[in-house]
Design a protein around this ligand. Structure first.
Ligand SMILES: [Mn+2]
Length: 316
């Protein structure tokens, strides 16, 4: 019997994993979606933050699969991503039947699929909306994880991507999860997110990155942390690691955003002179020793990547 795999992006964050689990829950509760054996899966290991949350709430992680497990009769629902560069490598695009996402669409599929895009703060917010529409209530643990996903993606409802839907559904999920102190829960999540103790410098640079096909191929990674100063203190090692990653991944520009989620501030680490010029044009100000303070901008999706893209477009 065919299966329906529900898959988040490569190097999944909490939202990608939890939104997949929440969709599985919804699809199992309601036959009307018509999916055979819906199953949330991951295709890369969990982040320390997601591991922390699964330990805390004693929830089992979705199984880790490889592309060879997806058969010719199986279907795939993508969550929290859409473009090819962020999908499971080798995934046959003909398997995709639905996409649930809150990122900019960059698609050219050859067949019609269900597209559920909403410009909200997290994919978990969108899945909660579908749950409400269908009269489905997540259980207590899933509610806690969905709240965590919203908090993680919106940096505790402080990112520019936050919408009223995130706040409203976040409050409902907190009630279902019996979490009274949302700020304390957010701080726990930020602490877990900041834990990069098991990573070497190149892994730190690549911990949460996206490659954008702008006029120049551009790598932007983001470290959301409560220890911005500690991270910047090892700037020289990070710059060396950035140079290595830049040549390994064959990107033309490489930026690492070090975002202090408590102070609400981002400092951009710049891999070289081209990045310095681009960043100064995009955000104003002057870089000092390959660091540019871009102030309270925290959203890669809404603030950082678009500003860089605009400068690169105007260059040509
Ligand atoms: Mn997301």
């Amino acid at each position: 019997m065919p299966k329906t795999y529900i898959i988040g992006h490569l190097k999944p964050d909490t939202d990608a994993v939890v939104a997949a689990m929440a969709l599985e829950y919804l699809f199992l509760e309601r036959d009307c979606f018509g999916y055979d054996q819906p199953q949330a899966v991951i295709t890369d290991p969990l982040s320390p933050e997601t591991n922390y949350l699964f330990d805390k709430f004693k929830v089992e992680a979705p199984p880790l699969i490889t592309v060879t497990e997806i058969g010719a009769d199986d279907q795939v629902v993508l969550v929290d991503h859409n473009e090819k560069s962020q999908r499971l490598t080798g995934l046959d695009e003909a398997r995709i039947v639905e996409i649930v996402d809150h990122h900019k669409a960059n698609l050219n599929l050859s067949t019609p699929v269900f597209l559920n895009f909403k410009p909200w703060g997290s994919t978990a917010t969108i899945v909660y909306f579908f749950m409400e529409e269908n009269g489905v209530t997540p259980d207590k643990k899933l509610a806690a994880l969905m709240l965590a996903a919203i908090i993680s993606d919106t940096v505790g409802f402080k990112s520019a991507t936050t919408t009223d839907k995130d706040r409203k559904f976040g409050a409902k999920l907190a009630k279902l999860a019996e979490i009274n102190d949302i700020d304390a829960f957010a701080f726990e999540i930020f602490k877990a997110k900041s834990d990069i103790s098991t990573l070497n410098d190149e892994e730190i640079v690549q911990n949460d990155y996206k490659i954008y096909e702008f006029d120049q191929k551009t790598f932007i990674s983001q470290l959301e942390t409560i220890q911005q100063e500690t991270l910047l203190a090892k700037k020289d090692q990070l710059l060396a690691a950035m140079a290595n990653v830049k040549s390994q991944l064959e990107v033309e520009l490489l930026f690492v955003a070090v975002t202090d989620v408590l102070q609400i501030n981002t400092k951009l680490l710049l891999a070289g002179e081209a990045e310095v010029i681009t960043a100064e044009r995009a955000f104003g100000g002057s870089a000092v020793d390959y660091i540019l303070d871009i102030g309270p901008k925290m959203s890669r999706k809404k603030e950082i990547a678009p500003a860089i893209e605009k400068v690169l477009k105007n260059n040509n």
